[in-house]
Design a protein around this ligand. Structure first.
Ligand SMILES: Cc1cc2nc3c(=O)[nH]c(=O)nc-3n(C[C@H](O)[C@H](O)[C@H](O)COP(=O)(O)O)c2cc1C
Length: 405
């Protein structure tokens, strides 16, 4: 599976460094060429001799190796390594090394190489449960994910410290399969298909400076658009007000209000094969938004009631005018999730509902991961584990692909 691939394996100083020997063997067996790069701390856990022997290449550790000649030979080695690689995997990735890469520190050969890469970077965090859960580590992982770094979630279980929780490096075979998946070209199962994806919140104006909105970040919808484009689809992304970069190859239409989103969806819907409504469209909008900023003095001191009217239901309207299109809705539920999602599925005549609960740890708005259940028209429910939003997007598309064809 990895035949001819150049894998740069960065090993940092965590207890799971002992697994890197088996990881090298897995990669070599799968046909890859492996160059191991270690942090000085990693050499306290496993010897360069072991990793060099298994990889059949000298392990690189120091930025400034001692001894003349050697120093000259290696002065651009981190750049050469970075350009040589088809993928760099840091496994185990310590809290320290993750922080360094996230914040651009290039103090070790490993971190300097990670900054110089032109190929994908993947990291497998491994540490004690409290170090892993610490907001600093989680924020660093968030920074890396937002930059497109692939993060392998650590497994839960008994840790070297004796504590139980998340932080274990998955077994080498699992890590190797994951890397194979990252290097495999995405399936082109949406080639020639037109996908319409909505994302983000809507802002419903009260006056020119105030609005009613919600906390949707748009990340799931943007991940869906990116994944569909990677899989060959022609993608129209209708985005509410969010500050996210447009994924490559995606046609983006920016809107602000629910009514504008309704108009944009209805215009593009007839030409599409599927509509994925991940946007959090406001159900209600102010009945009479003011054309001028409402002055506090103009309002009664005891408060006032803002009259709201219903926004058009985009999914219902799409279901009424559909010919062959697949319809996918999202259900954000904090209680009775399955029941409410199934009710939405049938009342709106959908093919698939993606259910999630924003109150769960690692799910919902703003996070880089999500925990969703996919409920299909037959009532079948598939619960996915906590996954990065990019992976959730691919799993949703895996469920949509057979419905289209
Ligand atoms: C016995 C022992 C085990 C350690 N295991 C881990 C670990 O699993 N994960 C981690 O992030 N740090 C671990 N540390 C701390 C790191 O070794 C330390 O933060 C070091 O500075 C990391 O350097 P590096 O990121 O440059 O490799 C451990 C330290 C010791 C002494």
């Amino acid at each position: 599976m990895l035949s001819g691939k150049h894998i740069l394996l960065g090993v940092s100083g965590g207890i799971a460094a002992y697994k890197s020997a088996l990881l090298v063997r897995e990669f070599v067996r799968a046909g890859a060429e492996v160059q191991v790069v270690m942090t000085p701390a990693a050499t306290r856990f496993i010897t360069p001799l072991t990793l060099g022997t298994l990889s059949r290449r000298n392990v690189i550790i120091e930025m400034f190796p001692s001894g003349s000649g050697e120093q000259e030979r290696q002065w651009t080695a981190h750049i050469d390594c970075a350009l040589w690689a088809h993928l760099m995997l840091v496994a185990p990735a310590t809290a320290d090394t993750l922080a360094g890469i996230a914040h651009g520190f290039a103090g070790t050969f490993l971190a300097a190489t990670a900054l110089a890469l032109r190929c994908p970077l993947a990291v497998a965090p491994s540490m004690d449960v409290d170090m892993y859960r610490h907001p600093a580590t989680q924020e660093n992982l968030g920074i890396l994910r937002r930059r497109g770094v692939h993060v392998l979630e650590p497994e839960e279980g008994e840790l070297a410290s004796g504590l139980v929780g998340a932080g274990r490096l998955p077994e080498p075979a699992v890590v190797c399969r994951w890397v194979e998946g990252l290097l495999a070209p995405p399936p082109q199962d949406f080639l020639g298909r037109h996908l319409l994806v909505t994302a983000g919140p809507t802002h419903e104006p009260i006056d020119p400076v105030r609005f009613i909105g919600n906390r949707s970040s748009g990340k799931t919808g943007f991940a869906l658009a990116a994944a569909a484009a990677e899989r060959g689809a022609h993608v129209t992304l209708i985005a509410g007000p969010v500050h996210l970069p447009t994924p490559p190859g995606v046609h983006r239409v920016d809107v602000t209000t629910g009514r504008e989103m309704y108009g944009a969806v209805m215009e593009a819907f007839p030409q599409s094969d599927a509509l994925i409504m991940s946007a959090a469209v406001a159900d209600f909008t102010p009945a009479e938004p003011s054309g001028r900023k409402i002055k506090k003095e103009a309002l009664p001191e005891e408060g006032y009631a803002l009259a709201l009217i219903q926004n058009p239901d985009i999914l219902k309207a799409a279901a009424r005018s559909r010919r062959r299109q697949v319809l996918v809705g999202f259900a954000l539920e904090t209680e009775n999730g399955l029941e409410n999602a199934r009710a939405k599925l049938s009342s709106k005549n959908l093919d698939l509902v993606v259910l999630n609960n924003p109150l769960e740890d690692g799910a919902g708005f703003g996070t880089d991961t999500n925990i969703v259940t996919l409920i299909s028209a037959g009532g079948n429910a598939i619960s996915l584990p906590k996954l990065p939003k990019a992976d959730v997007a691919h799993r949703i598309l895996d469920a949509v692909a057979p419905l289209i064809s």
